[in-house]
Design a protein around this ligand. Structure first.
Ligand SMILES: Nc1ncnc2c1ncn2[C@@H]1O[C@H](COP(=O)(O)OP(=O)(O)OP(=O)(O)O)[C@@H](O)[C@H]1O
Ligand SMILES: [Mg+2]
Length: 287
């Protein structure tokens, strides 16, 4: 498999060598962000005072009750929403809008029904000029079709695919530009349990090779523990970071059967307590 990231950026900060994997990539500082509700003529604060640094190659999972601002957080990384207060920086620069360094996998696939699998995966190249020739683009598409195990389905339309296959098209479309940062919004939520496990395993293997930085939203504690280097538990809206938990379990976790380790159950229980408290404390926070 071809590796996605070859970042020759300067690794020296303040006269000290910073290991590449410890280089901050996503830095939110006291980030407060929300939406203008035009009908109600008011502002809704989705996230308040979020401070977190995500390093290169890290896999960070976000857990929290519905409506707490998880999607808003990855929208702020992708530049779809901009800070009201505080800041959001990617690679040392304030985020002012979307860019080819960040790609999103959407919960609802967001495929174009009138386009074939191949043409859906080709889409990002129509919006971004990455300086690749037609032959290079074709080669990339073939590579990522193969990676998500959809070779042979190039000419199929989304309605001809299963839910899991559609989501794999969404994943290939996000990976095909080889973005430094992968933003995944509950990508496996609508996939059956067996396919979901195999896709978790594939994703874990894939990012361990590409060393991409991943921010991954899920409602599943098990999925977060299996995939994450860290889990950020978000409180109910307006979302704040309640706790960030390091997951120091060996990788690859699927192969090492981590679920049978006592540390796994302890971690699961601890995270469940945090999440449960938030779910119990009511669906509506302050405005
Ligand atoms: N485009 C929008 N316009 C107005 N309000 C929005 C918009 N998107 C989200 N919100 C509001 O912001 C708050 C946070 O929403 P967000 O989608 O970030 O939550 P979430 O944690 O991703 O929830 P879920 O787990 O249900 O996906 C919610 O109250 C939601 O109604
Ligand atoms: Mg969401």
């Amino acid at each position: 498999m071809r590796l996605a990231v070859s970042d020759a950026a300067d690794q020296i900060t303040g006269g000290r060598a910073v290991p590449e994997e410890k280089k901050p990539v996503i830095v939110a500082k006291n980030l407060t962000v929300g939406y203008k509700l035009h009908r109600e003529r008011k502002l809704l604060t989705a996230l308040r005072d979020i401070t977190i640094t995500i390093n290169k190659g890290e896999f960070v999972c976000l857990l929290g009750p519905s409506g707490c601002g998880k999607s808003t957080f990855i929208n702020a990384i992708s530049g779809i929403v901009l800070p009201w207060e505080g800041s959001m920086e990617v690679d040392g620069k304030p985020v002012t809008g979307p860019g080819p360094d960040r790609a999103m996998v959407f919960q609802d696939y967001a495929l174009m029904p009138w386009r074939t699998v191949e043409s859906n995966i080709r889409m990002p190249f129509e919006f971004q000029n990455l300086g690749l020739s037609k032959a290079e683009i074709d080669e990339r598409i073939a590579h990522y079709l193969d990676l998500v195990d959809l070779t042979g389905f190039e000419k199929s339309y989304p309605y001809e695919l299963s839910g899991g296959m559609r989501q794999r098209v969404g994943i290939a479309r996000a990976l095909v530009t080889e973005p430094k940062i992968l933003l995944a919004d509950e990508p496996f939520a609508a996939i059956d349990a067996m396919t979901r496990e195999s896709m978790q395993s594939e994703l874990e293997q894939f990012v361990s090779k590409t060393k991409q930085t991943v921010v991954f939203i899920t409602h599943s504690i098990d999925e977060a523990i299996i995939l994450g280097d860290r889990i950020a538990v978000i409180s109910r809206r307006p979302g704040r970071i309640k706790e960030v938990i390091d997951i120091d379990l060996p990788r690859l976790r699927f192969d090492s059967d981590v679920k049978s380790l006592p540390e796994y159950s302890e971690m699961r229980e601890r995270i469940w307590d945090l999440v449960k408290d938030e779910a119990r404390s009511g669906a509506h926070g302050e405005e």
